[in-house]
Design a protein around this ligand. Structure first.
Ligand SMILES: *[C@@H]1O[C@H](CO)[C@@H](O)[C@H](O)[C@H]1NC(C)=O
Ligand SMILES: *[C@@H]1O[C@H](CO)[C@@H](O)[C@H](O)[C@H]1NC(C)=O
Length: 324
C-alpha cells in the first residue's frame, strides 16, 4: 500500500511539474499524503488489488519519469508470477498520462467533469485505470472510453445514473467504496459486457442493482439492503461468480440459487433466521459435492445452524455461525 501511495505521489509530482506553469496548480502535498488509500477492511475479506504493481526502487519521487507497470486488460491474474520474474518488462508511460500544456484537449485528457476539468486532470489516469479517490465528487465523472478500472472511493456520490457508465464496454472493475449512494438506476450496470467486479461497500443502498452474468466479485457490504433488496435469482446465471459479500445489511434469507463457482459467501451480521436444507446441497443427489464453496459466514445472524444438519453434507466446510 505504501508503494501505491508513493506511486500516486510520484505521478502527481510529475503531472504538476509538467503542467506548470501553465496551470500553476497548488501542490497540496499533504492532501495526497494523507489521502486514505488504505481500504483494507477489518475482516480482511479479500485483498484489494489496486491493479498496480511497482518496484520500490523505481518509484523514487525525485525521478521525474518513474517506471512502473500497469496491467493490461486480462493480465491481473499473471501479476504475481510476473513480479517474481527477473528483468520484467517495463511498460512506458502512455502519452495521455502527461498533460502537454495543451490545456487538456478533451481527447488527451478525457471528457470534462462537472467541475469543468477534464477527468484525467482531476483524477489520475494510468493505463486503463482511473483513480478519483477522495475528491469530494458528487457524481460519477465522465470517463474515457477505454477505462477498464474505475476507482472513486471516499467521495460524496449520492446517485448512480444509467448514463454514468453507458457504453463503457471495457470496464472490468468499479469501486465506489465509502460514498453516500442511496439509489442506483437498476439498469446502470447491466449493459457492461466486461464488468467483473463491483465494490459498493459503505454506502446507503437498499436495492442491489441488476448485474451482468460476467461478475466474479460483488461487494455490497455495509449498506441498507433488506429482504426486498435483492432480485429473485439474482446470482443464478453468474457462472463465474467467486466472491459475494453482503456483510452488515438487513437481509433475512440466503439468496439462492448460488452458482457452483462461488467460493466465498459472507452474510455476517444480517437478519437470517433460517435456511432450507437444500440451500447449498442437493438432497436428491448425495453424490453432489460443492467443492468451491469453502467460506460461508453466517455469524451475527439469529440462525441456529444445528437445526439443519443435512444442509452442509456437500460442503468442504461447515458454515461459520451459531451451532448451539
Ligand atoms: C442523474 O439523474 C438525475 C435524474 O434522474 C438528474 O437530476 C441528475 O442531474 C443526473 N446526474 C447526472 C450527473 O447526470
Ligand atoms: C438449536 O437447534 C438444536 C437442534 O434443533 C436444538 O437442540 C437447540 O436447542 C437449538 N438452540 C437454540 C438456542 O435454540
Amino acid at each position: 500500500m505504501r508503494m501505491f501511495v508513493q506511486l500516486v505521489f510520484g505521478l502527481f509530482v510529475l503531472k504538476a511539474a509538467v503542467a506548470s506553469p501553465r496551470f500553476s496548480r497548488q501542490l497540496d502535498l499533504d492532501t495526497y499524503n494523507s489521502a486514505n488509500y488504505d481500504v483494507e477492511n477489518e475482516e480482511n475479506e479479500y485483498d484489494y488489488d489496486d491493479g498496480l504493481t511497482t518496484d520500490d526502487s523505481q518509484a523514487e519521487i525525485e525521478t521525474l519519469a518513474p517506471h512502473y507497470n500497469y496491467p493490461e486488460p486480462g493480465e491481473e491474474e499473471l501479476e504475481e508470477e510476473e513480479e517474481q520474474e527477473e528483468g520484467e518488462e517495463e511498460q512506458p508511460l502512455k502519452a495521455q498520462l502527461v498533460p502537454q500544456g495543451s490545456g487538456g484537449s478533451g481527447l488527451l485528457m478525457g471528457p470534462d467533469t462537472q467541475k469543468g476539468m477534464p477527468t484525467c486532470l482531476l483524477c489520475t489516469c494510468l493505463g486503463g485505470s482511473v483513480y478519483c479517490d477522495d475528491l469530494k465528487l458528487n457524481s460519477v465523472p465522465p470517463l474515457p472510453k477505454d477505462t477498464t478500472h474505475f476507482y472513486a472511493r471516499y467521495n460524496k456520490i449520492t446517485k448512480i445514473n444509467k448514463s454514468d457508465f453507458a457504453f463503457m464496454n471495457k470496464l472490468k472493475r468499479i469501486d465506489l467504496t465509502a460514498n453516500e449512494i442511496t439509489s442506483i438506476e437498476d439498469r446502470a450496470f447491466i449493459g457492461l459486457p466486461e464488468l467483473e467486479e463491483l465494490v459498493m461497500r459503505e454506502n446507503y443502498i437498499s436495492q442491489l442493482p441488476s448485474l451482468p452474468e460476467t461478475m466474479t466479485l460483488i461487494d455490497a457490504s455495509h449498506n441498507n439492503i433488506g429482504s426486498k433488496g435483492i432480485h429473485k435469482e439474482a446470482f443464478k446465471d453468474m457462472t463465474g461468480l467467486l466472491y459475494l459479500y453482503l456483510t452488515d445489511n438487513n437481509i433475512d434469507y440466503i439468496p439462492v440459487p448460488l452458482p457452483d463457482s462461488l467460493r466465498s459467501l459472507h452474510l455476517q451480521r444480517n437478519n437470517i433466521q433460517m435456511m432450507h436444507e437444500d440451500t447449498f446441497c442437493n438432497l436428491n443427489d448425495f453424490n453432489y459435492i460443492r467443492n468451491a464453496l469453502e467460506d460461508i459466514r453466517l455469524d451475527g445472524n439469529p440462525i441456529n445452524l444445528s437445526r439443519t444438519p443435512q444442509a452442509y453434507v456437500c460442503l468442504p466446510r461447515i458454515p461459520i455461525g451459531d451451532l448451539i
